[in-house]
Design a protein around this ligand. Structure first.
Ligand code: HEM
Length: 240
């Protein structure tokens, strides 16, 4: 394998390691962070089972966003469509990571293509929303735009790769399976694929250190993940 192929393999392993270790590190930090007060949004469930039932529609439908005003409804629409598309795209992409390709991955191929086309439009809604709402524009940071542009970049390079600058999917599959099975194969000879792939690595490295960690945070945020039981249970901080 040529030297450049090796570099891409090493970069991929480094990015995967940063993602996994960074994610685990953040999960530990979240667990260790004291939450001394019982602050669920009331009225809320009184039991852990109830908390789980409360979280399910939150995760599947972003339920609390739907309760907001017009601005939140736009956020809900763009955000929900974006997340669903992302999931479908990832399911479609599993064909590069598996051999033989499982039946359920095959069944997501066609809908995954549609999701790929809708994906940048949903992200466009999210970015235009930040530009056009004065209050939001004021509190938006570079990081807020960066992550949207990064993900739009991944989506658009994917579409270019599929429709305009095609590459050998056999080579792509050999490369990715090589990574997965720790028997590195050469990087496909395609500039667009290289860009698509490198942007994904940037996303992996950036993820644990950014607001994208809300993916885990939604499960442990005290306002939703605590039981609303201050009348039934005496809450004592460990240092009280
Ligand atoms: C290591 C990870 C990835 C690899 C190897 C990869 C590879 C590819 C390849 C080879 C194509 C062209 C498909 C074709 O010609 O039929 C493509 C398309 C695409 N990719 Fe990726 N990709 C990766 C990650 C991602 C991620 C994380 C996203 C989402 C943010 C994404 C979004 C897209 C989109 C929207 C398309 C166009 C529609 C489609 O063919 O599915 N890719 N990708």
């Amino acid at each position: 394998m040529n030297g450049l192929g090796n570099v891409f393999n090493l970069l991929a392993y480094a990015a995967a390691a940063v993602f996994i270790l960074g994610f685990l590190y953040k999960v530990i930090v979240y667990f260790k962070t004291p939450s001394p007060l019982n602050i669920p949004t009331t009225p809320g469930p009184k039991t852990s089972g109830g908390v789980v039932m409360r979280l399910i529609p939150e995760i599947l439908f972003f339920r609390s966003l739907l309760k907001g005003g017009a601005a939140e409804k736009i956020l809900w629409f763009g955000g929900w469509v974006f997340h669903v598309c992302f999931l479908l795209i990832v399911l479609r992409h599993l064909r590069y990571f598996t051999y033989p390709v499982p039946g359920f991955v095959m069944s997501f191929q066609q809908i995954g293509i549609w999701a790929g086309l809708i994906f940048p439009l949903a992200l466009l809604i999210l970015i235009v929303r930040r530009f056009t709402n004065d209050r939001l524009a004021t509190i938006s940071l570079f990081a807020d735009y960066f992550v949207l542009l990064l993900i739009i970049g991944i989506g658009l390079t994917g579409i270019l790769l599929k429709y305009f600058m095609r590459t050998s999917l056999v080579e792509v599959k050999a490369f990715i399976l090589g990574l997965v099975t720790f028997s590195p194969a050469p990087m496909p000879d395609s500039t667009m694929f290289t860009i698509h792939f490198l942007l994904v690595l940037v996303l992996l490295v950036y993820f644990p250190f950014s607001k994208l960690m809300h993916a885990w945070g939604v499960l442990v945020a005290p306002t939703r993940a605590q039981a609303d039981n201050p009348r039934e249970v005496r809450h004592m901080t460990p240092w009280a």
